[in-house]
Design a protein around this ligand. Structure first.
Ligand SMILES: C[S@@+](CC[C@H](N)C(=O)[O-])C[C@H]1O[C@@H](n2cnc3c(N)ncnc32)[C@H](O)[C@@H]1O
Length: 286
């Protein structure tokens, strides 16, 4: 069959088993099999499709096991780069691209060509640190990650993009490392994090695709703000005087974060996504 027919068949099957993202999933899966970027798939539609067995396996994984397409193909894009996604490690999300872009803008504005030190908490695939390291040759990052598979995933992607020499990874729990262990480094110019921020009480309600990912990457404690509040309370001592934090969160957490951070003496700004929802918190010490 032709690629175009395979695409139509795929979409019909996924739609039939109520996969909301059926169009996108089929494009990404078929493009992955053919070794082309998804955006270029329309140019391949007249080609012969040689992977019917793989397509059947895809239906099984996607429809019956509800494994997200990112995990079936084992890679996903974050800005202009493609990142390997290891099993159960959180795959890059749209809001995280906004976090990286926000951090890039702030770093460009705040620091010149002198050495810059950044800290990332919860590196996952490494999509934040690796994008920042690629952008700024004068940047060195320290990453803290509790999940050993995610640590390997970050290292893999750092090597893929040739920035592993400027990334120090600590496998461990930020609640134990900050600030004590991190004081051994230079003071940081900034802290970036897309921490686990799903409210513990909402974890059961998540779709099976999200539940497939490691709970460690999702569970943000009561109200989902455990990490943000910890950074505001304990991580200021490891930041330089004019240092800042850039953190991702859920829109409904905005008010709670505003009250907490302000009470702790932080000056804050929220950045909204395309839909006008606040997703990124920038915090500076007053
Ligand atoms: C929401 S994911 C973000 C991953 C990646 N930075 C991204 O944006 O795609 C949060 C990450 O924090 C890690 N994590 C969870 N609890 C942690 C802790 N106590 N200390 C350090 N890392 C932790 C998880 O394993 C997971 O990789």
């Amino acid at each position: 069959m032709k690629v175009k027919t395979a695409l139509e068949l795929c979409k019909e099957r996924l739609k039939g088993c109520k996969i909301e993202t059926y169009e996108r999933d089929c494009i990404f899966f078929i493009a992955h099999l053919m070794g082309v970027h998804p955006s270029l798939l329309p140019l391949e539609e007249k080609r012969e499709f040689e992977y019917p067995r793989e397509l059947e396996e895809f239906f099984k994984k996607r429809c019956e096991e509800r494994i997200p397409v990112q995990h079936i193909i084992g890679e996903w894009d974050c800005l202009e780069r493609t990142f390997k996604v290891f099993p159960k490690v959180l795959s890059p999300r749209g809001a995280t691209e906004l976090l990286v872009e926000t951090a890039i803008g702030l770093i460009e504005k705040s620091f010149g060509k002198n050495p810059i030190w950044g800290l990332e908490v919860g590196t996952g695939t490494g999509c934040i640190s690796v994008n920042l390291l690629c952008q700024f040759p004068n940047l060195r990052m320290v990453g803290v990650e509790i999940d050993p598979i995610a640590v390997k995933n970050t290292i893999h992607n750092a090597k893929l993009y040739g920035v592993e020499d400027r990334l120090t990874l600590l496998e461990g729990d930020i609640f134990k490392l900050c600030p004590k262990e991190l004081k051994k480094f230079e003071k940081f110019h900034f802290l970036v994090s897309n921490p686990p921020y799903i409210a513990e009480e909402d974890l059961d309600k998540l779709p099976p695709e999200v539940k497939y990912e490691n709970t460690l990457a999702l569970n943000g404690g009561k109200g989902g703000t455990k990490f943000h509040k910890f950074f505001a309370s304990h991580c200021d001592r490891i930041l330089k005087e004019d240092g800042f934090m850039v953190l991702e969160f859920e829109p409904f957490q905005r008010e709670e974060l505003e009250i907490f951070f302000t009470a702790k003496g932080w000056q804050i700004v929220f950045v909204e996504d395309f839909a006008g929802n606040p997703r990124i918190l920038i915090a500076k010490k007053c």
